[in-house]
Design a protein around this ligand. Structure first.
Ligand SMILES: Cc1ncc(COP(=O)(O)O)c(C=O)c1O
Length: 461
């Protein structure tokens, strides 16, 4: 498809600076474009719902992390993409090419990463209940770090590693008991959370001392991840202090040296224009964390560890746009619904977290005065409302709606609810619109079915 030349944006005020991909523009015909590709052309070629990833934006976010780490932290550092935000072989190959690490949490994510050629040595394998089969696969692949969540897992990793005649490098996931200002479902570092080894009651310290005695284990680092979509650094800097306190105690008690420290990911992104106000930039957040580690190590006389951050949402969300086609406009009582061809099945975040989104009419400009509507999907849940209360110009069946900030925790949480087919994904650069995941097919849905051997007797008339 020939890229469309982008004209100066006549809707600059409708293209907020922080939530659309860096390459978002309108062309002379008023069509929304990403990386020079008109979204209406992409919808015509690939159908809808369609997910689009803008490589320029991904590159910008990765560079923001890597440059801020290099500038603010004098020892070794690494930005590792948290694959749970969205993974595909394209994403794995992109992350590998950009020198990122990769955080995976399952045999499935590991398989996709390896299939995409991601170097196993740069993979961190997370998870609070990894199965022996998953751990075996991870060790066999040679993953760089297993992030151990609890004492029983320590024993399993040790046994598997000894059976393979290796010493597996690990981090311990620590629960630092800090409260973070985010949705309750995405807070992970408070007392009582299911994640990590509790610090306050000595569990974490005991596990670390135990790990140091295990032949199959090389304890090289401490990790925490306190939650997702948080906007203030104070809980994170408190968590860093607590991890460094633990490292100092382990040095004093066992002569251990903290070689690597990972305070996880979790930095917020704006989903709505107004949420961008007051949100420190990635560079400022990284600098704050780096300075806290430097000062904390100096106070405790610890050598600087390698510093690893694990951004998911803040790398991927802004790069993604979801594109839907309007099927019908319906009035129900006082409410006007725009029905689109996706929603809950490809993006459960509004239903799960009350997440809020914005949208633009993508295939044309409209000078008509906006109306207040709800944008709802086709799925059989009253909660299948993608956007509650949004002002949009009058929209016709067949129009396209584009939803920004759709790159993280949407497709990776997508389901087959109502036997929905998972959307196609197109990867955009200035010269190319590459189909990196085709739309799921009915044949693929049916391929899992295995009822043919069952017998139910005679068919009722
Ligand atoms: C261990 C770990 N690291 C990193 C992340 C990434 O978080 P975010 O996508 O909010 O940056 C998560 C998310 O749940 C996580 O569990």
């Amino acid at each position: 498809m020939a890229p469309v030349t982008a004209a100066p944006d006549p809707l600059a005020d409708q293209m907020p600076g922080q939530i659309w991909p860096l390459t978002a523009t309108r062309d002379g015909a008023g069509r929304l474009c990403l990386a020079g590709h008109a979204l209406s052309d992409l919808a015509a070629t690939h159908g809808t719902p369609l997910y689009l990833y803008d490589q320029t934006t991904l590159d910008g976010m990765a560079a923001a992390y890597q440059q801020a780490l290099a500038a603010a932290y004098p020892a070794a550092s690494e930005a590792a993409y948290a694959a749970k935000a969205w993974l595909s072989t394209a994403m794995a190959r992109w992350a590998a090419a950009r020198g990122l690490g990769l955080d995976v949490v399952s045999a499935g994510e590991l398989a996709i990463a390896l299939h995409g050629g991601f170097p196993a040595a740069r993979i961190h394998f997370h998870g609070n209940n990894k199965t022996p089969a998953e751990l075996t696969a991870a060790l066999a692949a040679g993953v760089g770090r297993i992030v151990v969540d609890h004492a029983a897992e320590l024993a399993t990793v040790d046994a598997l590693a000894r059976a393979q005649g290796i010493r597996q490098p690990i981090w311990l996931r620590i629960n630092p008991d800090v409260a973070v200002d985010t949705h309750g479902h995405t807070a992970t570092g408070h007392a009582g959370s299911k994640f990590g080894l509790a610090l306050a009651d000595g569990t974490a310290e005991a596990a670390a001392l135990h790990a140091l005695r295990l032949e199959g284990i090389e304890l090289c680092g401490l990790h925490c991840h306190i939650g997702s979509q948080f906007r203030a650094t104070e809980p994170l800097t408190l968590a860093v202090q607590r991890l460094l306190d633990l490292a100092a105690r382990l040095r004093d008690r066992a002569g251990w040296r903290l070689a690597e420290l990972s305070p996880g990911g979790g930095w917020a992104v704006p989903y709505l224009e107004e949420q961008a106000a007051g949100l420190p930039a990635i560079g400022a957040y990284v600098t704050t964390v780096a300075q806290e580690v430097i000062a904390g190590c100096r106070q405790r006389d610890l050598p600087l560890p390698k510093l690893a951050l694990e951004p998911g949402r803040s790398l991927a969300a802004r790069a993604g746009v979801a594109l839907y086609r309007v099927g019908a406009v319906k009035r129900s009582g006082a409410v006007t619904y725009l029905f689109i061809d996706g929603g809950l099945a490809d993006n459960p975040r509004p239903a799960l977290y009350g997440a809020r989104y914005s949208a633009l009419l993508a295939n044309r400009l409209s000078a008509e005065s906006p109306q207040r509507v709800h944008v709802a999907g086709p799925y059989c849940e009253t909660g299948d409302v993608l956007i509650q209360d949004i002002e949009l110009p009058p929209v016709q069946p067949g129009d396209l709606l584009a939803v920004p900030a759709s790159g993280a925790y949407q497709l990776s949480m997508a389901s087959n609810y109502n036997a929905a087919l998972r959307p196609a994904v197109v990867w955009l650069t200035a010269g190319e619109a590459h189909l990196v995941q085709r739309r799921e097919t009915l044949a693929e849905l049916l391929a899992r079915e295995g009822a043919s051997g069952l017998s139910f007797g005679r068919q009722a008339a």
